[in-house]
Design a protein around this ligand. Structure first.
Ligand code: GLU
Length: 304
């Protein structure tokens, strides 16, 4: 059996000694003050054995990782009709680019870039009685953890500086691909991005993606077909314009966020979350990517 704990310990040790740790995402003021020396990693395997190292219990802003959770909730609620409003192709562009949206008549390339996630948020705002509360309840159920919450300061901070997201939402509205008003949808979107979780909670929440749509308590959240689709989207679109590089280096589906978190997984085997707030120039956690490359190289476990 693979000794995951020793491998995680070695990864955390290498991360602690790294000189080049990347740069914090300063465009959300509330994130700009986080210590770049933080590093955490947590892995859960299909038998629900848990392994962790470093700052794996410290909460951080999961940001774009939340897009996978909102997508899961929407797919569970409306199924395939989602694809009438969002495409499933990688964009090869940064997460907040708008040019493609205009060229493609307001249909976002995929649900994991900002315009796509804003359309998903719009659908949830239409469907849910109390969108923010109901979404939070969904995540808590998935994680089997009632302590998970939004970070209202981060949400407020992004509201003040989220000019590009306002531009994206307005563009979507002009193409008729946003039903609700821009402020309501973005208020929901900024809250979902502000979810504060640690590596342990993230790995456990994403367990359903290695377990055919069933959470750790064996409750069914998604069909196997839906899990297949979401995992495919994570592989092709989960890392901004660096999805090719992540597949090349790490070889797993996953999703990153500008808070420095990454979740990656091997279906039927394990799910792993890392956190290190310094980002590379594509917006992915610098040490997180190195850690996951080391994990899949040492264990020889990847989808390839
Ligand atoms: N809330 C962030 C934004 O919309 C999410 C970006 C990310 O994590 O990629 O700019």
């Amino acid at each position: 059996m693979i000794d995951f704990q020793s491998i995680l310990n070695a990864i955390a040790k290498t991360a602690a000694n790294a000189d080049d740790r990347g740069l914090i995402a300063g465009y959300i003021p509330e994130l700009a003050t986080i210590d770049t020396y933080k590093f955490g990693i947590h892995l859960i395997d299909i038998e629900q054995r848990n392994f962790s190292a470093g700052d794996s219990d410290e909460r951080f802003s999961i940001q774009s990782i939340s897009k996978v959770l909102s997508l899961s909730m929407v797919l569970g609620l409306i199924g395939e009709s989602l694809w009438e409003r969002v495409n499933v192709e990688p964009s090869g562009d940064p997460f907040n680019h708008l040019s493609l949206l205009e060229m493609e008549n307001g249909v976002p390339r995929n649900p994991l870039i900002n315009p796509g996630a804003i359309v998903v948020a719009d659908i949830l705002v239409s469907l849910l009685d109390n969108p923010k509360e109901d979404f939070l309840a969904f995540v808590r159920k998935l994680a089997n953890d009632r302590t998970i919450n939004f970070d209202k300061k981060v949400a407020a901070s992004e509201k003040v500086t989220g000019f590009r997201n306002y531009a994206a939402a307005n563009l979507l509205k002009s193409y008729g691909n946003l039903v609700n008003d821009v402020d309501t949808v973005l208020d929901f979107y900024f809250h979902q991005c502000s979810l504060s979780m640690n590596c342990n909670q993230l790995a456990n929440t994403f367990f359903m993606f290695i377990n055919q749509g069933k959470c750790r308590k064996n409750n069914i959240f998604l069909t196997t077909g839906q899990v297949k689709r979401i995992n495919a989207l994570m592989l092709t679109c989960g890392f901004y314009d660096e999805a090719g590089e992540f597949a090349f280096e790490v070889g797993l589906p996953g999703k990153s966020g500008v808070g420095g978190g990454i979740v990656a997984l091997l279906p039927n085997r394990f799910c792993v979350a890392t956190w290190s707030p310094g980002l590379n120039d594509k917006g992915n956690s610098k040490l997180g990517m190195l850690a996951l490359e080391k994990l899949t190289t040492e264990t020889e476990l990847s989808i390839f």
